[in-house]
Design a protein around this ligand. Structure first.
Ligand code: URA
Length: 297
């Protein structure tokens, strides 16, 4: 794909490919030149192409005006190469092996600016490669950057309590982030960083094949669902979720449920919201057939 491809065209093409993915179509045939493919796909996308303006990201609901906004699909500009290319883990049925292949493919990543903004190491993900439940956060903080594992700092301690309150052990679930490198000063990851990194998260989800993904906070939710809405609008229900741009090696896995809850760091700042988060987790527990007596401490 020529680098000079018009961004609108890239968006339209990505939206069209996502649409076909949702219909279960993953294999695309290229014409002589990629330029032609882009033209044909863009023509096919026509006036329906997703061109909604990107709304500014917010980490958690803070602004009641934003909370009143109607959920709108967001144009997610994707790396078309990633969407089209077959994945090296495809056909590998052992999820632990498949995750290793994805990790190897990620390499010593320099794909986005975060690699030169002070990251110590890539924080890939941790836990049970065949987990029924997966948590997705925003991006590593200082402790995670130091230790190479997601959610090991204060927010991680609270996430551990949340997992325990559900009657589970941390090792039974899988934990990852939208971006795998620490944004400097724990700033919110930029759109470009999320879009560059999230195909790897999508691949992780496709090999783990969880029953439920829990998005921790607005950044994770908006990136996974490709929609721009407030936490108030996002929480309290399940979404049917299929990772974008990848196909699971298991043809019987037809995606999973996705729930949104507050990020543990937000709950540390506003512990009154723990009761609300507990409601979200109870909804997830019901879906997974889990029963546990506790609330989050
Ligand atoms: N916050 C996140 O979103 N992810 C981590 O891994 C740690 C803190």
């Amino acid at each position: 794909m020529p680098r000079s491809l018009d961004p609108e065209l890239r968006r339209a093409l990505a939206a069209r490919i996502r649409y076909y993915n949702e219909l279960g179509i993953y294999d695309f045939y290229r014409r002589e030149t990629l330029g032609e493919v882009a033209t044909v796909a863009a023509e096919a996308a026509g006036a329906d192409a997703v061109t909604a303006p990107i709304q500014p990201e917010s980490r958690e609901e803070m602004n009641p005006r934003k909370a009143a906004a109607v959920a709108a699909p967001v144009a997610v500009e994707e790396n078309i190469f990633e969407v089209l290319a077959p994945k090296p883990e495809q056909g590998v049925s052992d999820p632990a092996k498949a995750l290793k292949i994805i990790r190897k493919d990620l390499g010593d990543c320099t794909r986005c600016p975060l690699h030169k903004q002070g990251r110590k190491q890539i924080v890939f993900g941790v836990g049970n490669a065949a987990a029924e439940l997966m948590f997705v956060g925003e991006g590593p903080g200082a402790d995670e950057d130091e230790q190479g594992e997601p959610f090991v700092g204060r927010a991680g301690q609270l996430l551990n309590n949340m997992i325990k309150a559900m009657g589970l052990k941390r090792g039974q679930v899988y934990i990852a982030n939208v971006v795998k490198c620490r944004p400097p000063g724990n700033r919110t990851p930029e759109r470009e960083e999320c879009e560059t990194c999230s195909p790897f998260l999508m691949r992780q989800i496709a090999v783990i094949k969880p029953k439920v993904v829990v998005a921790l906070g607005a950044v994770a939710a908006k990136n996974l669902l490709a929609m721009n809405a407030s936490m108030a609008q996002l929480r309290g229900r399940f979404y049917d979720f299929r990772p974008t741009g990848v196909r699971s090696s298991d043809p019987t896995w037809d995606g999973c449920k996705l729930a949104v809850t507050y990020h543990p760091a937000f709950l540390l700042r506003d512990p009154r919201q723990k009761a609300e988060a507990w409601k979200d987790l109870q909804m997830v527990m019901k879906e997974l057939g889990l029963r546990a007596p506790k609330s989050i401490t």
